[in-house]
Design a protein around this ligand. Structure first.
Ligand code: BDP
Length: 716
């Protein structure tokens, strides 16, 4: 063998060893287990208390869900308590954990008072201590099986986060009815705005092969109380409604059902059209045999009714349709001079006999409606209030533009009192650094939930509108555009798992604080050491404001790269339409910067209820976080700090990047206390994050400086 071959052999072996050491998930935590790690409780006092309260489990009922509950409790408790937890058949000793519904078990009705059970509704649960046959026991009770599962996960969460359960009397019910994930997954397994690999759904293998990961996905969602999932992209391919795809959808629904999760589909409004007809209004070609999809045409209505019948024959608990219509080139009722309401009502009519709903998106921004994109959804939808069938939600994004790092709340919320409005949040970080930047989104969602729209006077928060308490909606819903893909760690960035977690927790209970949610997530996913928890929490809690500061401070928005939406591109001007460009949004010129949305400009401020319209409309009262959203402000304008707008903007950009530096310092200080694989993964992400943040800062400031003509100040 010559020396060259020996050398190549040596290189190959070294590369192999490196791969095993660095890439082999077994060498550390690969993140697959999410927040359900159930690592042993180290605090001896706590361990002993828990061991006294629980020594065996008894899950009532013989059905798939009770099997899942039994397995989860056994797995969780054995992990946490480091001992075997036997399955009991009766209560003849202290410490039995009993879980079930009153119909599955007489013991439950004996130990949980009837009014408590009644107050739980279909999905709520109670966890309480009690006594059966003279023995102290712990009970998880719910009226429906999914509630028992939610209760089981909640008990494990309480234990993982070190809560006292020795005298527990807890009742928990969801504040919002439909708690959904929206997948923007395409049938070719690409994911629109997905940064964590391909779609989980292996359409080519379904329905014959069921990837075990589907159940893991359902389990993770059930642990948060998520009760539905829209499987495919809102830019929907009509193929999804073909019989062969419906078989695949039904196979997924079968996996999810025992976890309390219903499936929904995004549909293409042109589905009934034959590919032979009308390709101008039907950019993909439909799957039907009709020349039109006009909602007033009886044949079109019948087509949808038949399709609904076909779906429900396969999936009796099918949830309904999500629809993006007349938006970004998608077909819709306006192609036939019909309204959004007429289009939605046709689908609602088809689904209603089966109990299904329509989620009709309000993400529309037709340039003919108003010159300012921010005004358009309100102008199109408010006049339609009262014209939607009862099983329709109008689903709106949180802000009037598009999932920007920060937006004021979409003024449409609260302005359609007769139409249940569903809130759409984006968990995937389309505009917040994809799966590279560490941005914990719960503080952002908290700000949106707490935003007072004054729709019925003070206290009309977005949360109150969505949960129906402000306007009394008969049904309530929330959707989160997922960040999940087939990457081993599900979300691309380990910390992006916290956003999935936080979304689910807030969908169940929007009153939770971001700090509490972060605390739980860290303890369950990373470490229970108090000083690790505190340091990691500090990284998470400041991360959203940091991102805003180095990307789009003080109300700036949509100055990111065209289409890709990752890096900065403030000089982007060359689009087919002005309202797709950065210069349209920031409006920087020699006098100042920002979008005049006061009555002297586009008057988007005027779409809000009083006193918000006055507050936002006046540069003296407009909160500085929204300043450049609503006002074109001179570079020398004096800010609350006493600095000029220009200096303040420089300061924000620099403080944003400095926050990323301190996140890195904090993470490095944790090196010895964190699983090595997670440590290395996050460290690598953070170093790219730091580079990106500096690029954002320098690109934006250098570009805006060409207008302001002022010196860039890097510190206070
Ligand atoms: C934008 C995304 C685009 C989506 C669209 C939507 O850039 O990919 O299709 O929203 O929500 O944010 O329909």
């Amino acid at each position: 063998m010559d020396a060259r071959k020996i050398w190549i052999g040596f290189l190959l072996i070294t590369a192999g060893l490196f791969q095993c050491a660095v890439l082999n998930p077994k060498s550390g935590d690969d993140g697959y287990g999410l927040w359900m790690k159930y690592s042993p409780i180290r605090d001896p006092v706590l361990l002993e208390t828990y061991q006294t309260v629980i020594s065996s489990v008894m899950v009532m009922g013989e059905n798939e869900t009770s099997g899942i509950v039994r397995d989860e409790l056994k797995r969780g408790l054995e992990g946490l308590l480091v001992r075997e937890i036997p399955v009991a058949g009766s209560v003849d000793a202290p410490g039995v954990l009993i879980a079930g519904t009153p119909s599955d078990s007489p013991e439950i009705s004996g130990v949980v008072p009837r009014p408590v059970l009644e107050a739980l509704g279909p999905e709520g649960f109670t966890i309480r201590t009690g006594e059966i046959n003279g023995h102290p026991c712990l009970v998880i009770a719910a009226n429906e099986r999914a509630g028992v599962l939610y209760g089981a996960f909640h008990l494990l969460r309480l234990m993982e986060t070190g809560q006292d359960i020795s005298e527990i009397r807890l009742v928990s019910t969801p504040r919002i009815g439909y708690r959904l994930l929206n997948h923007w997954d395409n049938l070719d397994r690409s994911v629109e705005r997905g940064y964590a690999g391909q779609s989980l759904w292996k359409w080519e293998e379904l329905p014959g092969t069921i990837d075990p990961r589907y159940a893991d996905y359902a389990r993770a969602n059930a642990s948060l109380g998520i009760n539905g999932t829209v499987l495919n992209n809102v830019n929907a391919n009509p193929e999804i409604l073909r019989p062969e795809y419906l078989q695949k959808v039904a196979a997924l629904a079968d996996v999810f059902r025992p976890y309390g999760i219903r499936v929904f589909l995004s549909i293409n409004f042109s589905s009934p059209i034959s590919a032979r007809f009308g390709l101008e209004t039907n950019r993909r070609g439909g799957i039907g045999d009709l020349p039109t999809s006009d909602p007033s045409d009886p044949a079109v209505r019948r087509w949808w009714q038949d399709k609904a019948g076909e779906i429900y024959a396969l999936i009796p608990d099918f949830g309904g349709f999500l629809v993006k219509a007349n938006s970004e080139g998608m077909p819709g009722p306006q192609d036939y001079d019909r309204t959004h309401a007429e289009g939605a009502n046709m689908l609602a009519e088809a689904l209603s006999p089966h109990g299904g709903i329509v989620m009709w998106r309000a993400f529309v921004y037709d340039a003919d409606v108003d010159p300012d994109r921010a005004n358009r959804a309100y102008l199109e939808f408010v006049p339609l209030d009262g014209r939607f069938a009862p099983n329709i939600f109008v689903q709106g994004k949180n802000g009037p533009i598009d999932f920007q790092p920060r937006e004021p709340v979409q003024p449409l919320f609260g302005a359609m009192p007769q139409t249940p409005q569903m809130l759409e949040l984006q968990i995937t970080q389309e505009y917040l650094g994809h799966s590279t930047h560490l941005v914990y989104l719960a503080p952002m969602w908290r700000e949106y939930f707490d935003f007072d729209l004054y729709a019925k006077g003070p206290g009309s928060t977005l949360a109150g509108i969505i949960d129906g308490s402000v306007q009394g909606y008969p049904m309530t819903g929330i959707a989160g555009v997922t960040n999940i893909g087939d990457d081993r760690n599900w979300c691309g960035h380990f910390f992006a798992q916290a956003n999935w977690y936080a979304y689910g927790r807030l969908a169940w209970d929007h009153t939770l604080s971001p700090g509490q949610i972060a605390d739980e997530w860290i303890r369950m996913s990373l470490s229970r050491e108090a000083n690790v928890v505190e340091r990691v929490k500090s990284m998470m809690m400041g991360s959203w404001e940091a991102c805003i500061a180095y990307m789009t401070p003080l109300g700036l928005h949509h100055i990111m790269q065209e289409h890709f939406h990752y890096g900065p591109q403030p000089d982007y001007a060359d689009a087919p339409r002005l309202d797709w460009t950065s210069v349209y949004y920031h409006r920087a010129d020699s006098l100042g910067i920002g979008f005049d949305r006061t009555p002297s400009g586009s008057n988007a401020a005027g779409q809000y209820f009083s006193p918000l319209r006055e507050i936002f409309g006046d540069v003296r009262t407009c909160p500085e976080k929204y300043l450049l959203w609503f006002h074109h402000v001179p570079w020398d304008h004096t800010m609350k700090s006493g600095r000029t707008l220009w200096d303040e903007m420089c300061l924000h950009y620099y403080e944003g990047t400095r926050s990323v530096d301190s996140m890195i310092d904090t993470w490095e200080s944790l090196r010895k206390e964190i699983d090595p694989a997670i440590y290395a993964h996050v460290r690598d992400k953070l170093s790219q994050h730091r580079r990106d943040a500096a690029i954002w800062r320098d690109t934006c400031l250098e570009y805006f400086q060409t207008f302001s003509g002022k010196e860039i100040r890097t510190s206070r």
